[in-house]
Design a protein around this ligand. Sequence first.
Ligand SMILES: Cc1cc2nc3c(=O)[nH]c(=O)nc-3n(C[C@H](O)[C@H](O)[C@H](O)COP(=O)(O)OP(=O)(O)OC[C@H]3O[C@@H](n4cnc5c(N)ncnc54)[C@H](O)[C@@H]3O)c2cc1C
Length: 374
Amino acid sequence: MKKVAIVGAGISGLYLANELNKNTEIDYKIFEKKDYLNLNEGYGIQLSVNSINLLNKVGFKNISASDVYYPTKVNFFQAKNIKKICEIDLKQFNNVNDRYTTLKRSTLIKFLIGNIPEEKIQFKADIQNIEYNEKIKISWSNKNESFDYIVIADGVFSKLKSQISNNHLNPIFNGNIALRANLIQHEKDNISVYMGSNFHYVTYPVNQKLEYNFVAIIKKKLTTKEIENKNILNSETFIKSLKDFISQNSIINLESLANIKCFPVFVSTELPTLKYQNTYLSGDALFAFPPSFAQGASQSIETANGILENITNSNSIYKDKISKILLVNKRSKLNHFAFHLTNPIIILIRNIVLKFLSKNKKFLESYLGKIYRN
Ligand SMILES: Cc1cc2nc3c(=O)[nH]c(=O)nc-3n(C[C@H](O)[C@H](O)[C@H](O)COP(=O)(O)OP(=O)(O)OC[C@H]3O[C@@H](n4cnc5c(N)ncnc54)[C@H](O)[C@@H]3O)c2cc1C
């Protein structure tokens, strides 16, 4: 029986494990450096139909409807006066069984880990080294085990990536800070994108229980010390300065934000080329996008599925997924640029163009449909 090692119990690694559960010819083990997974975190995540389609194949369709939300529209607003510019109908990309979904990240993790037998996941296993002989040997806490395949899904700051790729590519700070929070009182349903100068923020329900996610992406110069020190970025003074900036540039009641967390946005610049056979990178370890297309988790699931196809059917679908990554990256950057414009005349033109494009089926199919469909 072939054995697969999965390093990292994030969305990508756990999804792959769920797929491998269905395969009686392959054994697998997940290695996770943390002691346990946080199943209470309230921050949200958006999943488009490309990943929902794959998740439904591992039973996601049976998740309680009250734990998820099915937005039907993305509404675009001007942040400064909350004037609506246009809306995009998300239903046009849905299938009968697969619908654009928003939920808490922890709801997804709880679902994915729920299907994994306890003995298949090794917690407190911080994998630092891989040895290649006849098999692939990985070691942790004075123990080791050999595998036929290794899938490295250890996130954006992957340490193993440099060992297995020819080009040593560290993610870079893209000049923006993300402020995530839970929003308690909010009357808006669906996904709302508020565009300001050098910032944007997004709100959406994460379930049917009137709980909402808030995420703001704000252009900000940071010192190396600030980037490296989570405590500075999450200090009262720093958070207040960001909240003041948003309040001065938008009409929003920030009193209802809870559990605020800030972190610098790190992105990939190039795709790595791999040195070894039977070795894969998945999710953010393979490529981390700017968060302006809400595709990180969906692409993490798609690439994990490509890896599965490659391992089980020697299917080259993994390569197709990689070209999709480059397309998603371009669109994420374009969205980011359009959401953060500063010049009033260019903003006026952007709004007119957005109004037109949001109704243009051909454009929407090419810009979003291509990404949202597998
Ligand atoms: C502000 C923001 C908003 C976002 N919003 C969305 C959204 O709405 N929709 C969307 O699709 N995506 C979104 N994303 C992106 C999405 O969250 C990520 O792309 C996704 O979580 C990546 O999953 P992953 O499994 O690759 O990595 P991770 O979730 O980071 O998991 C990696 C795991 O590996 C473990 N690990 C690390 N090193 C080791 C080691 N040496 N040994 C063992 N284990 C290790 C870690 O502990 C972790 O559990 C957003 C990202 C940001 C920054």
